[in-house]
Design a protein around this ligand. Structure first.
Ligand SMILES: Nc1nc2c(ncn2[C@@H]2O[C@H](COP(=O)(O)OP(=O)(O)OP(=O)(O)O)[C@@H](O)[C@H]2O)c(=O)[nH]1
Length: 180
């Protein structure tokens, strides 16, 4: 796979503060910053108009929820419905974030792994539990997104200097974040 460039739109979705930006930071720059970040996510008031434009044409969506916040998983289900209705061809990856907090204290878990796995099976999504703080499963998540895309799509080999070199993760995906 190394040396091939693939242009794929991946969107990050999930309730605010679940750790979308941190996930991308960890993958692209291999660092963890104590937030919150100032970033370019849509404010709530502009959300309806922005969100559809945002994920139009996305081939993959990483739908994040915070493993220590059950309401964030309810919100993740909302995003899944949105995607199913509006972007049928979009492959969904469920991502439970902040797994390091559970290592510190298991009682902080508010979203059961098996419940989410059943849900993921139903919607034909894949499930990862990650930590942007320790890096746990972050590379695996993005690598799987890339591999799945390459294997299911008639991929477009890029000759220009844009897109993703799967062998060099320092060249980031086209990504952005959307919360609500
Ligand atoms: N312990 C721990 N904290 C995390 C992790 N990921 C993110 N955080 C913290 O959670 C907070 C929110 O992280 P962000 O990456 O800004 O979350 P976001 O989803 O992009 O937030 P919005 O921009 O509001 O949508 C920050 O204080 C991060 O430092 C993680 O894996 N572990």
């Amino acid at each position: 796979m190394s040396g091939q460039r693939v242009d794929v739109k991946v969107v990050m979705l999930g309730k605010e503060y679940v750790g979308k930006t941190s996930l991308v930071e960890r993958y692209v720059h291999d660092r963890f910053l104590v937030g919150p970040y100032q970033n370019d996510t849509a404010g709530s008031e502009r959300y309806e108009a922005m969100s559809r434009i945002y994920y139009r044409g996305a081939k993959a969506a990483i739908v994040c929820y915070d493993l220590t916040d059950s309401s964030s998983f309810e919100r993740a289900k909302f995003w899944v419905k949105e995607l199913r209705n509006l972007e049928e061809g979009c492959q969904i990856y469920l991502c439970g974030t902040k797994s390091d907090l559970l290592e510190e204290d298991r009682r902080r878990r508010r979203v059961d792994f098996h419940d989410v796995q059943d849900y993921a099976d139903n919607i034909k999504a894949q499930l990862f539990e990650t930590s942007s703080k320790t890096g746990q499963s972050v590379d695996e998540l993005f690598q799987k997104v890339a591999e799945d895309y390459v294997s299911v799509a008639a991929f477009q080999v890029m000759t220009e200097d844009k897109g993703v070199d799967l062998g060099q993760k320092a060249n980031p995906y086209f990504y952005s974040c959307c919360h609500h």
